[in-house]
Design a protein around this ligand. Sequence first.
Ligand code: PLP
Length: 395
Amino acid sequence: MTHTDFIPYGRQSISEADIAAVVKSLRSDFLTQGPCVSEFENAVATKVGASYGVAANSATSALHLACLALGVGTGDRVWTSPNTFIASANCARYCGASVDFVDIDPRTYNMCANKLAQKLQAAKLTDTLPKVVIPVHFAGQSCDMAAIYALSKAYGFRIIEDASHAIGATYQGGQVGNGKYSDICVFSFHPVKIITTAEGGMAVTNNEQLAKHMRTHASQGTTKSPDELTQQPGDWYYEQHTLGFNYRMTELQAALGLAQLSHLDDFIERRHQQFEHYKTLLKNFPITLPYQSEDNYSSLHLYPILLPEHNKSARKGVFDVLRHAGIGAQVHYIPVHSQPYYKQLGFNDGDFPVAEDYYARTLSLPLFTDLTYAQQERVALILKHALIANRVMRA
Ligand SMILES: *Cc1c(COP(=O)(O)O)cnc(C)c1O
């Protein structure tokens, strides 16, 4: 098997125009802190219907900035989904807050709004309500944000959407990121995500103060805004007002991001075609295909399939057959609370049974913009062999 035969679960799609945009940026006066970053921030904000965009060197950094802007600190509680990448929880730990999780809906694999309601009711009685809840739009499908937002009003918490998978998605006809149901929404531009800047992320918000806070903290806690300076001795002058970080995105990344953003709608349309093709190819397989709720247009970051309950133990065997045949299947996600780091903070196996059961049975098949129908057909063929070899399916 040659290297090029390997089909990863996700990867970037880079055009000659994208490459030209980065080269142009390399030849320009600014490699960082130039015009491309703010142009990219404005373009993303406009695209998703938000007032402000704050670019960062990763979505992880953007999530940290978002928590800081909402005042998350020691003694605070932040709740998120166990079915996510660890960064959705780690951002609260960076701020010294404690993390807890809300189990998932067995159909969408997103944080379950009913379970959130129950957990809030219980937390109110013990005076342990969260300051911030971070719903994660798993695989690009929005959580039930109207319900989560209503709960935020009833219980007084703030909302950061982890939309790392979901740029370009819509929920109830509105763009994910428009801020209708959250304070801040974060996108990732890692190469496996919908569009890429290599590493990179962005927080969008409609709140000027939050945007300003995040921007300041992404750049060492400094400002050059004349209205914020305590003195103005000259043009060299800046002031540090708080302890920040260097979380800035470079001009090269922003130039790539701008070029990628122009492909966003096409990329997602392509993913929907692939989604339909899998539906046809896999329709007689004894597996659960990803569910799409009617009020969503998902950006389809992932294609997670589910093995039957009684074939749980076959997952590793199926995975191994796929991998040996050059299909880069992956598992999204190992429940965050079952990581040794979180177990040492007090979590146990069995704490979030729906997420754990889902994890035991899931596999993500390749899904990315440049995946061909022929490659999907190869995935389906090898998956069939893998299911037969592991007695999930009859020959
Ligand atoms: C990828 C991802 C992140 C982190 O994104 P980076 O840009 O790699 O920091 C956070 N949350 C979720 C759900 C992700 O999938």
